[in-house]
Design a protein around this ligand. Structure first.
Ligand code: 8YV
Length: 321
């Protein structure tokens, strides 16, 4: 379907790309829907008539940008997190919003487990040590910490948190979680207070959605409760963690280590973290496999197609609060 002929006159923009997307997805949107990449930071001319915006998890649409797009009826997000879009404005305007749940759950959970194993066993650091010739020179690396059988707290038992928990159950870990509300159907112990969860756990894995409601949840007090023997893994959003407190705890030896796929101000990693051997920082690659990125792109295109077919979305995100 070429929506340009059905929805608007020649030269009109119906679909607006906001922020970078993969080259394949971007060119399909352009060829199939005449999508135009927005001239940053604000739309100009015909771009203001866009009916549907496609955006990446790192971009989103601010309230200001939404104000500049009065005809917008739908936002299709490439990513599960919608925290970069102003959800209050979306709700007020009655704009439909979609994300890409489920298809990236396994890769993101794999990333969390890999980070946990890496930081507790120190594999990244040990590999650097080996490469530097210390093994050949007769050295032996200090002992590390056991992952199997450890106590792991999950912050946010949604799809990704549950997938992390089931993987770590296979490791013989004890799992407890905290969540906005208890999930009685989950086979894990619910702990209402994040601080209590952190003081019980050997490691805390952050899988809670980003946004104002979760900002700074992993506070200085939570990190102190996790303690000098504790590890933090974050595959959610940097905003969920008080990053200054995290850096200070790691630099001061008040936390055993951290595995981070996300930081507060991506792609800027606090320089102090890059110098620490007990910290692994990845450049937000939780869902970055060929298979998952294809599935995410397919789901974005399915959402766009359905919107133009019947005005609904395949994977709508509930903004009702
Ligand atoms: C992507 C993500 O890197 O799904 C999310 O929320 O953070 C990641 O899967 C991102 O959305 C790509 O723009």
């Amino acid at each position: 379907m070429d929506v340009r002929s059905e929805e608007a006159g020649p030269g009109a923009v119906t679909v607006l790309q906001v922020g970078p997307l993969g080259a394949g997805l971007s060119s399909t949107l352009a060829s199939k829907y005449g999508a135009v990449k927005m001239a940053q930071p604000a739309p100009s001319g015909a771009e203001r008539d866009a009916v549907l915006a496609v955006t990446g998890g790192h971009s989103g649409l601010t309230a200001e940008l939404l104000d500049a797009l009065p005809s917008l009826r739908a936002i299709v997000t490439f990513g599960v997190g919608v925290d970069r879009t102003d959800l209050d404005a979306v709700r007020r305007r009655g704009i439909l919003l979609s994300n890409t749940p489920d298809v990236l759950t396994d890769d993101t959970a794999d990333t969390a487990v890999a980070l946990l194993v890496d930081v507790m066993r120190g594999f990244g650091a040990v590999a650097r040590w080996t490469r530097a010739g210390h093994w050949a020179a007769g050295g032996s690396y200090p002992l590390t910490r056991r992952v199997s059988g450890s106590k792991v707290g999950i912050l946010g038992l949604g799809r990704i948190g549950s997938a992390v928990a089931s993987r770590l159950t296979a490791f013989g870990c004890s799992i407890a979680y905290t969540n906005r509300r208890e999930r009685p159907e989950a086979p894990y112990r619910y702990v209402a207070s994040l601080e209590d969860l952190a003081s019980w756990a050997d490691a805390l894995v952050v899988t809670a959605a980003g946004g104002p409601a979760s900002a700074g949840l992993v506070s200085e007090a939570v990190l102190a409760a996790l303690g000098p023997g504790g590890y933090l893994v974050n595959v959610a959003r940097g905003s969920v963690v008080d990053e200054d407190a995290l850096v200070s705890a790691l630099v001061g030896g008040r936390l055993a280590g951290a595995g981070l796929d996300v930081v507060r101000n991506e792609p800027h990693v606090p320089p102090a973290l890059l110098g620490l051997d007990n910290v692994v920082v990845l450049p937000h690659v939780g869902s970055a496999t060929v298979e998952t990125r294809q599935a995410m792109a397919d789901l974005v295109l399915a959402n766009v197609a359905q919107f133009f077919r019947d005005g609904t979305l395949v994977t709508p995100y509930d903004v009702s609060g």
